[in-house]
Ligand binder design. Structure first.
Ligand SMILES: Cc1cc2nc3c(=O)[nH]c(=O)nc-3n(C[C@H](O)[C@H](O)[C@H](O)COP(=O)(O)OP(=O)(O)OC[C@H]3O[C@@H](n4cnc5c(N)ncnc54)[C@H](O)[C@@H]3O)c2cc1C
Length: 470
């Protein structure tokens, strides 16, 4: 444990005044950005352009000390506090109104140990930046599938990506973390040290503190057999039926996604990543590639980073997003019919409806071993609506909600916390599932005043007891 050095000498809760702000700015190594600053507009913008919040103060943290000072400043001045990792939460949880936004996106340090096969990575890295460094040594760990996303929010909520079948979720590969807690201390969390905190940050999101650094286990990953197949929408039934059968029996080395959307080649896409001997991958993938005369087949050996970067162009900055998601265990005829019907009337060509497969090692971890509880084989069913024109927002949101409602009868219990919008307490509970009660206790221990509330919030037991049951 490292005790906080109160460089500002701040007393507990006091109102914000100009002298305090000036003193705070002077004490930081990074920048303090305020609304009158030319950089303010860009600094408060997050991935989802639907989110339009105006923090009073933005701290571009340069170091762990800046994070500690920021936490202390927000706590002592009773300011709403939001934590910005990669800024890709579609719910926009990285940015707050009227409070302090602690932005870690300049903290991009990473040290790879190729002998131990570990990486120590700061909280501001994107997936692409992380992969760039680890791939120099032929190593990788499970992260998400779009490289512009932040490692921090992704890992803290679970982290589902191409390597989940072989190596588990991102949070399963976490071996240590450094966390600035609500009382301003910097704690190290591992299986042996502050092990309850270590349990909670592997699925419990940013509820327990600001993670300045993540230690990951890495695995040998170099060329993978990956890419996609596409088909016309008219073949939705036969393709998705076959896909479900194929994916359900696939080995840990292979992970898959299926998507419905408007692409130059067709509207149904099946994407794969086989991480293992290439000849074996060719053999495993043959039945899929020989099925149903695809319009295009671009599955080929490629660098892992090529795969990771390939969807980025589909998620440019500045677009509006409205996402809905739940878990789907079975992909039956009726569900396929509904998806195909809605996709044919999709209001934006940039939108996609997808299934992201979780299986293998990720599904065999004990549900109570980490805070991430949903340990079975399933698909993340995702409606990823995106469009550019603000005038189109209502139409896109309405279409998304309507498809989600139509699909509800086919959903299993639970939802992936990182895909949640502002959907109410029941959905937050569903995201934390059977681990919710234990997370409540942990919140009471590490953040009893709920300083870290701008997330999929686990209220401390005192707040939970006083809030009405929804
Ligand atoms: C284009 C796109 C593709 C995606 N693909 C995948 C995917 O393949 N697999 C997958 O699992 N998820 C995926 N996601 C979801 C992703 O996991 C979440 O959006 C995640 O929150 C992104 O993390 P971030 O750091 O960029 O987000 P931010 O918006 O910065 O933060 C998200 C949440 O985490 C908290 N937080 C961020 N950094 C820290 C920190 N250092 N310490 C404590 N709390 C922190 C924030 O306060 C906020 O509550 C995708 C999202 C997008 C937009």
């Amino acid at each position: 444990m490292v005790d906080r050095q109160d460089a500002l000498g701040l007393p507990s809760t006091k109102p914000l005044d100009e002298a305090d702000i000036q003193g705070f700015a002077a004490a930081l190594r990074g920048d303090l950005i305020r609304p009158e600053d030319d950089r303010y507009g860009a600094a408060r913008a997050v991935f989802n352009a639907m989110v339009d919040r105006r923090p009073a103060l933005i701290v571009r943290c340069a170091s762990v000390a800046d994070v500690m000072m920021g936490v202390e400043f927000a706590r002592s001045h009773d300011l709403p506090l939001s934590i910005h990792g990669g800024g890709h939460s579609v719910a926009g949880k990285a940015v707050c109104d009227g409070g302090l936004m602690l932005d870690l996106s300049s903290m991009k340090g990473i040290r790879v140990d190729p002998v131990r096969r570990t990486a120590e990575a700061q909280g501001g890295l994107t997936l692409g930046e992380f992969d760039h460094e680890t791939q120099a040594f032929g190593l990788a760990t499970t992260l998400g599938v779009v490289s512009v996303t932040g490692i921090a929010g992704l890992t803290l909520g679970g982290g589902l990506g191409w390597l989940n079948g072989l190596h588990g979720l991102a949070c399963d590969n976490l071996i240590s973390a450094e966390v600035v807690t609500a009382d301003g201390r910097l704690l190290r969390a591992t299986e042996e040290e502050n092990e309850d905190l270590f349990w909670g940050i592997r699925g419990g999101g940013g509820n327990f503190g600001v993670v300045t650094s993540f230690g990951y286990r890495l695995h040998p990953v170099s060329t993978v057999l990956a890419g996609g197949l596409s088909y016309p929408l008219a073949k939705a039934h036969e393709v998705l039926r076959f896909y479900h059968e194929f994916a359900s029996g696939c080995p840990d080395e292979l992970s898959t996604t299926a998507s419905l959307g408007v692409t130059p080649d067709g509207v149904i896409g099946v994407s794969v990543c086989y991480c293992g001997p290439l000849e074996e991958g060719e053999r495993v993938l043959r039945p899929l590639r020989e099925f149903g005369s695809p319009l295009a087949d671009n599955i080929e050996p490629m660098a892992y980073t090529t795969l990771q970067n390939s969807p980025d162009a589909g998620f440019p900055p500045g677009r509006r997003h409205y996402w809905k998601s739940s878990y789907l265990k079975e992909l039956g005829e009726e569900a396929i019919e509904i998806m195909a019907e809605y996709v044919s009337e999709m209001p934006s060509p940039a939108t996609g409806v997808g299934l992201q497969q979780m299986h293998g090692v990720a599904s065999r971890v004990d549900p109570t071993a980490t805070a991430f509880p949903h340990r079975d084989e399933h698909y993340d069913f995702l409606i990823l609506s995106q469009w550019a024109d603000p005038a189109e927002s209502e139409r896109n949101v309405e279409w998304t909600r309507s498809l989600f409602e139509a699909m509800e009868p086919f959903f299993g219990e639970g939802v992936y916390v990182n895909n949640l919008g502002d959907e109410g307490e029941d959905r937050v509970r569903a995201a934390y599932g059977a681990n919710y009660e234990r997370l409540l206790d942990l919140k009471g221990k590490y953040d009893p005043t709920n300083l870290f509330r701008l997330n999929q919030n686990i209220p401390p037991p005192t707040e939970a007891a006083s809030s009405p049951v929804s």
